[in-house]
Design a protein around this ligand. Structure first.
Ligand code: BG6
Length: 475
């Protein structure tokens, strides 16, 4: 058998991209709510255009998203029908603590997720919970400056204590921060950072990263103390950087880019700052405010497993190298001439998936959990209502085959695989609905029009078969 028994097949979503109900159930406002659809989204996400409230003339897709807040039972039933073993979802921080710094949590928010987890178990689905997926109370940004402020470590500790206590027995798999390395690319989205004129952006990003890393270690400690059964993982936006050529300067450029990403998991998995990061901080005069207690907490509370998203590999070139550059997604780089790209310019590289799996396994020797993979594509609804998304099936088939090879041929140890957006949801990068990843279609467009009705695409039955055969039948 290629995939181990008990392999956790499923799908992954994030609260702000699917729930909606932004002002219901006592929920407070979050950074992700105020990220508009349209050309300014990227600047807002990068912390370069300050937008901390809804402004006139913009459309904010997270306000209603795909209305999962009201439809989760119906949606989870469909996941159950596909045979999901796990469903990865995230907690909206502001449903639990609307401002982030209250003493008592909001019962309505806690009850919402409790029922959602129960709905999963009724379908035989193990929840996999991301504690924060690009999600931070606006109040903590306005009052404290987001994750640049150490006080957020305490707010986060309070949040996780409430979650681990309340959901003991209902949730076993946890991720502390989604794509923690996103701080370096979209710092408002990743850490609630907004930069003022003249600020040292890099210094603030690493300060915020340190605070998140320490908070993540505390969460691991608290989670294990409350329930030793808890398995707690980190989460990286992965995708190995290839050198554009074998020119040593290109190879070095790729090495540096890889280190920028590995830095986070190096700390979370090994428990200390790697030498190259310490040198960089020293060289650039960055003080992250490391205390002795931080060092101890980091060292004693490393993660149980490594989770990551994989959409594509990346390519790095030295500045002197002549090549086409791309800004396909949040990660800029050289354009790989050997690879085709998606409709949104993301390189498609199944072999790169196997390479990335090997790189992470070699480096950490801890079980890997792929918690995002998939193809964002435009779908066409035929006259009879059917959606023939063969391109999505092809993408997933090739990637699952590459993952199978990594397990059977290379000996990579894995816990599971969840595709991104098993149901169409709002794109984090662009705010669009038309960038669809789902097996389940949602009738909603980029401007928020549509009935929100759900329907199955061709890929629905295909993935169902993949899961039923534990990955044996990919045809
Ligand atoms: C990851 C995020 O970066 O990629 C998700 O964790 C996101 O939140 C996914 O949706 C796909 O990116 P996009 O921009 O196509 O939504």
């Amino acid at each position: 058998m290629a995939f181990p028994e008990g392999f956790l097949w499923g799908g992954a979503t994030a609260a702000n991209q699917c729930e909606g109900g932004y002002n219901e159930g006592g929920r407070g406002l979050a950074n992700v709510d105020v990220m508009p659809h349209g050309p300014e989204r990227r600047a807002v996400g990068a912390g370069l255009r300050k937008m901390l409230d809804f402004e006139d003339g913009y459309y904010y897709p997270a306000q209603n998203a795909i209305d999962m807040y009201h439809r989760y039972r119906e949606d989870i039933k469909l996941f159950g029908e596909m045979g999901f073993k796990t469903y990865r979802l995230s907690i909206g921080w502001t449903r639990i603590f609307p401002n982030g710094d209250e003493d008592e949590p909001n019962e309505e928010g806690l009850a919402f997720y409790e029922d959602l987890f129960r709905a999963c178990h009724e379908q035989g689905i193990e929840p996999l919970v991301t504690i924060t997926h690009f999600d931070l109370p606006i109040h903590l940004i306005k009052e404290y400056g987001g994750w640049r402020n150490r006080k957020l470590i305490d707010m986060y500790k309070k949040l996780v204590t409430v979650l681990f206590t309340r959901y003991k027995g209902l949730v076993k798999y946890w991720l502390t921060f989604n794509e923690i390395n996103m701080i370096l690319h979209l710092p408002f989205m990743g850490a609630g950072l907004v930069f003022e004129e003249g600020e040292d952006k890099q210094a603030i990003e690493y300060l915020a990263a340190h605070n998140e890393l320490v908070a993540s270690a505390w969460a691991t400690k608290i989670g294990h103390e409350i329930d030793p059964e808890n398995k707690i993982g980190c989460m990286l936006a992965a995708g190995t950087y290839y050198p554009y050529s074998c020119k040593p300067e290109d190879v070095r450029a790729a090495q540096l880019e890889n280190q920028k990403n590995y830095f986070f998991v190096d700390v979370q998995s090994r428990g200390y700052y790697p030498a190259y990061a310490l040198k960089m901080l020293e060289r650039d005069g960055i003080d992250i405010g490391m205390t002795d207690e931080d060092k101890r907490v980091l060292a004693e509370n490393t993660v149980d497993f490594i989770s990551f998203s994989y959409y594509s590999t990346r390519c790095a070139a030295d500045e002197s190298t002549e090549c086409e550059r791309t800004q396909g997604n949040a990660f800029a780089g050289a354009k790989n001439p050997y690879l085709k790209a998606s409709q949104w310019g993301w390189a498609i590289d199944p072999l790169g998936f196997r390479i990335t799996l090997n790189d992470l396994w070699d480096r950490y020797q801890k079980p890997l959990f792929v918690v995002e993979n998939g193809l964002g594509a435009k779908d066409v609804v035929e006259q009879d209502g059917s959606i023939n998304d063969d391109y999505r099936i092809d993408y997933l088939r090739q990637h699952i085959a590459a993952m199978r090879d990594a397990i059977t041929e290379d000996g990579v140890e894995m816990l599971g695989y969840t595709t991104w957006g098993p149901i169409d949801l709002v794109s984090a990068g662009t705010g669009e609905m038309s960038k669809r990843y789902g097996f389940i279609y949602v009738d909603r467009d980029d401007a928020g029009n549509g009935t929100l009705a759900r329907s199955k695409k061709k890929s629905f039955d295909w993935y169902k078969k993949v899961i039923a055969t534990n990955g044996e039948d990919l045809s």
